[in-house]
Ligand binder design. Structure first.
Ligand SMILES: C[S@@+](CC[C@H](N)C(=O)[O-])C[C@H]1O[C@@H](n2cnc3c(N)ncnc32)[C@H](O)[C@@H]1O
Length: 201
């Protein structure tokens, strides 16, 4: 069931009102729990489509009782069903399914249709952070976001050996791939604001 009643009211669910970050596809929650613990000055929502995975996060949250973490069992392909325009200040896509076959391009969470959803819920100064171990998916996402008019704040082709990144919190997948010697890619980007859009002649 979609939490339609919560649209625009998510801050009411937290101990205090503060910038709200969302992770789409949280898996077992290692990243979002680590972020909520490291950043008590922010609120966090884990959005996950699989009951088994969200139940795993819930079990940890029952134990930890973090005041700045809420969970949604839902579909990250329809973010405007859950959030009001500008309600989210930071959006995390971590190791989303790469859907490598060309005919599945429209399922990739960095396809333009999903970027439009992301843009709608992100605040004007909001940021999208994307991590993957899949080079092809990373390249695709760079092009898709560039074509969408987004600006890149960070492009890291080897996140774990990038001196610019000092506060990385690993996801379960990231830990697994990196421990086998795999390279992790990350980008941080923002959407164009109205003032970035060139005026028509
Ligand atoms: C490859 S796993 C990555 C999990 C975690 N982010 C990590 O890096 O360890 C992808 C996760 O995204 C979830 N997922 C896939 N499509 C989704 C969607 N449309 N909405 C929400 N979650 C989704 C899957 O259930 C899975 O838990």
């Amino acid at each position: 069931m979609r939490p339609v009643g919560m649209i625009g009211k998510w801050q009411d669910r937290f101990a205090q009102s503060q910038p709200l970050a969302l992770e789409v596809g949280s898996g077992k929650g290692q990243f979002i729990i680590g972020m909520a613990q490291a950043h008590p000055e922010q609120n966090f929502i884990a959005l996950e489509i699989q009951e088994v995975a969200i139940a795993y996060i819930l079990r940890k949250q029952v134990e930890l009782q973090l005041p700045n973490l809420q969970l949604i069992l839902g579909d990250g392909a329809a973010l405007t069903d859950y959030f009001a325009p500008g309600e989210i200040s930071q959006l995390f896509l971590n190791f989303s399914d790469p859907w490598p076959k060309s005919r599945h391009e429209k399922r990739r969470l960095t396809y333009r249709h999903f970027l439009a959803e992301d843009q709608a819920i992100l605040a004007s100064d909001g940021r999208l952070q994307f991590k993957t171990d899949n080079q092809g998916f990373f390249e695709y996402s760079l092009v898709s976001m560039n074509n969408f008019g987004m600006t890149f704040d960070l492009v890291a082709l080897d996140l774990h050996h990038d001196a610019r990144v000092t506060d990385n919190i690993e996801t379960e997948y990231e830990q697994k791939f990196a421990s086998r010697g795999g390279r992790i890619y990350e980008l941080v980007a923002h959407f164009p604001t109205k003032k970035d859009t060139p005026a028509r002649a």
